[in-house]
Ligand binder design. Structure first.
Ligand code: SF4
Length: 387
C-alpha cells in the first residue's frame, strides 16, 4: 500500500481550547459503530452524560441550538475527552482535520484547511509543498469497478499540474491557465474513453507551442469584452454560493455583505476596486501569490484523483481555481470593509470558513462540481464551443 502525505502533515497540532473556532460545531458528528458500542458499555458517573449526548438512532452526537456538539463545553473543550480520555473519541473526532482519500493500493492523506491551525501552516509557508510517499506491505482488496489506468493518468496529470503551479518563473495566471487547459483536454479524452491517449495531452502541454497558445489566450482576457464576461461569470458564481447548504449561520450574512461591497455599484466600480486591491496586495502582501499557489495545490491534490470514480476531472480542476478566486473576492470585500487594510488573520479566517462550508458537506461539493461543468470559466466555454 502506498501512502501520500503533504510534507507539512506532521507540523499540525490541535490547540484545543486556544483555537479561535472549534471543529465541534456547525456539522453533525457521526460516530463509528465501534465507538458507539464502547459508549453503550460506559459505566459510572459519566454513563448518564453519554446516554444524553448520543443520538443512538442517528449514530451521532446531539447538538444544541447553536449546532454545538453536546460534549463541547463553554471553554471549547470536549467533556468526553476530559472524562474518558482520548481513546473514547470516535474516528471522526480522532481524525479531524486529517482527510483521507482511498484509491486502489493508495491512501492519500491531507490536512483540511477548514481547521484554522492548518490554514495558518499552509498560508505561512513559503516553499513549494511536496507530496511525500511511503509504502508498506499491506494489500487491499478492491472491486473490479476501479480503473487503475485512469487513476494512473490522473495521478500523472496531477503531478504535472502541481509542477506547473509551483513554477514561480511563470505568472500565476499562466500557470492556472495551463492547469485548466490540461484538465479540459483530459476531460475530452475521458469522455471519449481514450484513456491511453491521455498521456499525449500531458506531452502536448510540455511543449513551447502549447505554452505560447495559452499565453496568447491569457493576453486576450484583458479586452473589454472578456472583462465583461469575467465579471458576469464572477457575479453568478458568487451568487451560486447561496445555493449551497449552510453549515454555519453566520456565513450567509458574511457573503451578502461581501457581495454588496464587491458588486453593489456595478461593473466599472468593481474593476476600479479590483485594480486598487491588486495594486495594494502586490505592494503590501506580495506573499499572496504564493498563498494562492499553495491553495491551488491543496485543492488539486485533494480532489483531482477522485475523478477516477466519476470521470469529472475538469470540474474538479475548475473547482480548485474557482475556490481560490472566490476566497480572493471575499478577501477583497474584507479589504474594502477594513478601509483598504488587510491582515494575515483575515486571510486565515476567509480560508478556513470558506473551506468549512464547501468541503465539509458532500452535497455542497457535488453541487459545486456540477456548477463548474455547467459554467466553465469564460475562456474555456469559448474554447469548448470552438471545438
Ligand atoms: S479546528 Fe483544528 S485547532 Fe481548532 S479544535 Fe479543531 S482540530 Fe483543534
Amino acid at each position: 500500500m502506498l501512502y501520500t502525505i503533504p510534507d507539512y502533515y506532521r507540523q499540525f497540532h490541535c490547540v484545543a481550547g486556544a483555537c479561535e473556532d472549534t471543529c465541534c460545531a456547525g456539522w453533525q458528528i457521526v460516530a463509528d459503530k465501534s465507538a458507539l458500542r464502547q459508549y453503550k458499555k460506559v459505566t459510572g458517573e459519566y454513563r448518564k452524560e453519554i446516554r444524553a449526548g448520543v443520538d443512538w438512532k442517528e449514530g451521532a452526537f446531539r447538538q444544541d441550538e447553536e449546532k454545538r456538539c453536546y460534549f463541547l463545553n463553554e471553554d471549547n473543550l470536549c467533556n468526553m475527552y476530559t472524562a474518558l480520555g482520548e481513546k473514547a473519541l470516535c474516528k471522526t473526532c480522532k481524525r479531524y482535520p486529517r482527510h483521507i482519500e482511498e484509491f486502489e493500493g493508495v491512501r492519500e492523506m491531507t490536512l483540511s484547511v477548514s481547521c484554522p491551525e492548518v490554514a495558518k501552516i499552509l498560508l505561512q509557508r513559503k516553499e513549494p509543498v511536496q507530496l511525500l510517499i511511503h509504502e508498506d506491505e499491506k494489500e487491499e482488496c478492491w472491486d473490479d469497478a476501479f480503473d487503475p489506468f485512469l487513476y494512473s493518468l490522473l495521478a500523472d496529470a496531477r503531478t504535472m499540474m502541481i509542477q506547473i503551479l509551483q513554477n514561480r518563473e511563470l505568472s500565476l495566471n499562466l500557470r492556472t491557465g495551463l492547469v485548466l487547459a490540461i484538465a479540459h483536454d483530459l476531460q475530452i479524452r475521458i469522455q471519449k474513453q481514450e484513456i491511453f491517449d491521455g498521456e499525449m495531452v500531458l506531452e502536448k502541454y510540455r511543449t513551447e507551442k502549447a505554452m505560447d497558445y495559452i499565453k496568447g489566450q491569457i493576453a486576450k482576457l484583458y479586452t473589454e469584452e472578456e472583462k465583461h464576461r469575467f465579471y458576469e461569470f464572477m457575479t453568478e458564481t458568487f451568487r451560486d454560493q447561496y445555493r449551497l447548504e449552510r453549515l454555519r449561520d453566520n456565513w450567509e450574512p458574511h457573503l451578502l455583505e461581501a457581495e454588496q461591497w464587491l458588486y453593489g455599484k456595478g461593473e466599472a466600480h468593481y474593476y476600479e476596486l479590483r485594480n486598487a486591491f491588486e495594486g495594494w496586495m502586490a505592494e503590501k502582501m506580495p506573499e499572496f501569490e504564493i498563498q494562492k499557489e499553495q491553495l491551488l495545490v491543496y485543492f488539486l491534490s485533494t480532489y483531482l484523483c477522485g475523478a477516477v470514480y466519476d470521470g469529472h476531472a475538469y470540474s474538479k480542476a475548475q473547482m480548485a481555481v474557482v475556490s481560490v478566486l472566490l476566497m480572493q473576492e471575499i478577501l477583497m470585500a474584507q479589504w474594502i470593509k477594513n478601509e483598504k487594510e488587510l491582515y494575515f488573520e483575515d486571510l486565515v479566517d476567509t480560508v478556513y470558513r470558506f473551506s468549512r462550508e464547501l468541503e465539509h458537506s458532500d452535497p455542497n461539493l457535488n453541487l459545486m462540481e456540477r456548477l463548474m461543468s455547467e459554467r466553465p470559466v469564460p475562456w474555456f466555454a469559448k474554447k469548448a464551443a470552438e471545438e
